[in-house]
Design a protein around this ligand. Structure first.
Ligand code: 2P0
Length: 333
């Protein structure tokens, strides 16, 4: 009735932005991502007949309100699948700042899905786990797998075909991802709400959704061939299109700060000097900068040199969700 799982965030190179079904987190289009090592969520779930309610601990702090309710609703699905009603205690810890804008909901719900399903001995393969994780957060479906991952939007109403698949393993290509923190300011609008607003009010939303499948094809091909420039072109284009559709919402959804824009220009300047590098930006002000392993030190130094840049986190391609054995070692789910 107790299990611990470890999962990593992922960064989308072709973005997910919009749902065909909000209740089931069914995406309107696919997406394509890289799972990261170096940033980790570790989650333990313990079910017990004697517990009166679900308790969620993030680090040392008990979580209440909507965050706890979201976890509780997710656990209800796992309980229903197992045919039990036991309440649970969830201990979860991120070794990276949650305000870093590296989807903590992705690693969080991937780890929670794995720990909860294993604690209740649900007979579930990774595809089933990806479907389950998606019900917690759309991007969590991708963190079930390591390396380069494609999210399939599926067609079915029940969402059973809306899950991720691994395209290439984490040792395929030694990329480096810098997460450049730009501000510690106010929390931007959450993705779930912002996606709904974009779908309902942005005149560019349909064009955005229609453009995704072609971008996924290009990104997959570039990753397979280890064509860094081609991957960078499609990743930046996907990022800017997703932000453009959000900016064109009414009222406009603008995640960027001044330094976000400065970093876009900085990355373009670096590229003009012959350094292979590209950026992507998620639903927040921070900028993720990708390069290949040999240019790691040069790129880090040049990012640090830009005025106003705060902490820089560094990640590499990483594995999918893992289960912790009693001796503390990890095994794939
Ligand atoms: C992505 N983002 O593909 C995109 C790009 C943010 C910008 O997936 O409502 O937290 O839980 O399904 O997964 C963030 O969306 O949203 C996200 P829900 P989620 O990484």
């Amino acid at each position: 009735m107790k299990a611990t799982a470890v999962a990593h965030p992922n960064i989308a190179l072709v973005k997910y932005w919009g749902k065909r079904n909000v209740a089931l987190n069914l995406p309107a289009a696919g997406s394509f991502s890289l799972t990261l090592a170096g940033l980790t969520t570790r989650t333990t779930v313990k079910f017990d007949k004697g517990f009166e309610s679900d308790m969620v601990m993030m680090g040392e702090r008990a979580v209440g309100g909507p965050k706890r309710d979201r976890v509780s609703r997710f656990l209800d699905r796992v309980r229903a699948a197992a045919g039990i009603q036991h309440r649970a205690t969830v201990y979860t810890h991120n070794d990276f700042p949650t305000a870093a804008g590296v989807a903590s909901s992705a690693s969080g719900f991937a780890a929670l899905a794995a720990a909860a399903s294993r604690a209740l001995n649900l007979d579930m393969d990774t595809q089933g786990l990806s479907v389950l994780a998606r019900l917690g957060s759309g991007s969590a479906a991708r963190s079930v797998y390591g390396g380069f991952v494609e999210m399939l939007p599926g067609k079915r109403q029940d969402g059973s075909d809306a899950h991720a698949v691994q395209v290439l393993p984490e040792d395929h290509w030694d990329l480096v991802c810098f997460v450049v923190l730009t501000t510690t300011g106010e929390k931007p609008m959450g993705s779930t709400e912002a996606m709904t607003s974009t779908a309902q009010t942005s005149p560019y939303y349909n064009a955005w959704v229609d453009s995704v499948p072609r971008d996924i094809g290009k990104a997959k091909m570039a990753a397979m061939k280890r064509d860094f420039r081609a991957l960078g072109e499609v990743a930046e284009h996907s990022c800017l299109k997703f932000h453009a559709s959000a900016i064109a919402s009414d009222p406009g959804i603008l995640y960027w700060r001044g330094l976000t824009v400065e970093l876009i220009h900085h990355v373009r300047r670096l590229r003009e000097t012959g350094i292979d590098v590209f950026f992507t930006i998620d639903a927040g002000p921070h900028v993720k900068v990708f390069c290949q392993a040999p240019s790691r030190s040069a790129v880090r130094a040049m990012l640090q040199g830009l005025e106003g840049v705060g902490q820089i986190l560094e990640a590499r391609p990483g594995p999918g969700v893992q289960i912790e054995r009693p001796d503390g070692s990890l095994e794939p789910y």
